[in-house]
Write a protein that binds this ligand. Structure first.
Ligand code: S3P
Length: 170
């Protein structure tokens, strides 16, 4: 495949899981921005948020995208859920490849994320309310940042892969 595929969407929407499967099916490389950043930081994202700040994390996300813009080829890229929030990042993503927004409902998102301890943004008293508030704020941004939206609720990985295949062909 000549074009990179970029997966965006809220935490827990399946970017990394689907991304690895897509890369296998399409014979592409797979990369995950969260994974690259944790390797660079030498600590988890939660630890980075604690030691530095969310703002610093966002700066590092932008720096990483600038690097990838010049270097990424034949790759499925899974991105952190906050990546498209900065306008600059949203523009960079569109330059790097075909941006697919994996959209899950609020209910599905909560079901997948309840009990999660790895996401610093959900480490609060009421994660359900937090997910609601963040989705309210972010869905318009994900929508704007994407070339295509794929609804994921109730679909198997097989169905999602077929759907992405159609998108890539069109
Ligand atoms: C974030 C999502 C996380 C990670 C960080 C911030 C967000 O990635 O980048 O905790 O702002 O939504 P996942 O979407 O892979 O969980």
């Amino acid at each position: 495949m000549t074009q990179n595929l970029i997966l965006i969407g809220f935490m827990g929407c399946g970017k990394s899981c689907l991304g690895t499967k897509l890369a296998k099916v399409f014979h592409m490389s797979f990369m995950d921005t969260d994974q690259m950043l944790t390797e660079e930081f030498g600590c988890s994202i939660s630890e980075f948020f604690e030691k530095e700040s969310e703002e610093k994390f966002r700066e590092r996300e932008t720096a990483l995208l600038k690097h990838l813009e010049k270097n990424l080829k034949n790759t499925v890229l899974s991105t952190g859920g906050g990546m498209p929030l900065r306008t600059e990042n949203a523009e960079l993503l569109k330059k790097i490849g075909k941006v697919i927004y994996l959209k899950a409902s609020e209910e599905t998102t909560y079901e997948r994320l309840k009990g999660d301890t790895t996401r610093p943004l959900l480490a609060c008293e009421n994660p359900k309310q937090r997910i609601h508030d963040l989705l309210q704020q972010r869905v318009p941004l994900y929508t704007k940042a994407a070339h295509v939206i794929v609804e994921t609720d109730g679909k198997s990985f097989y169905e999602l892969i077929r759907e992405v295949e159609q998108i890539v062909k069109s």
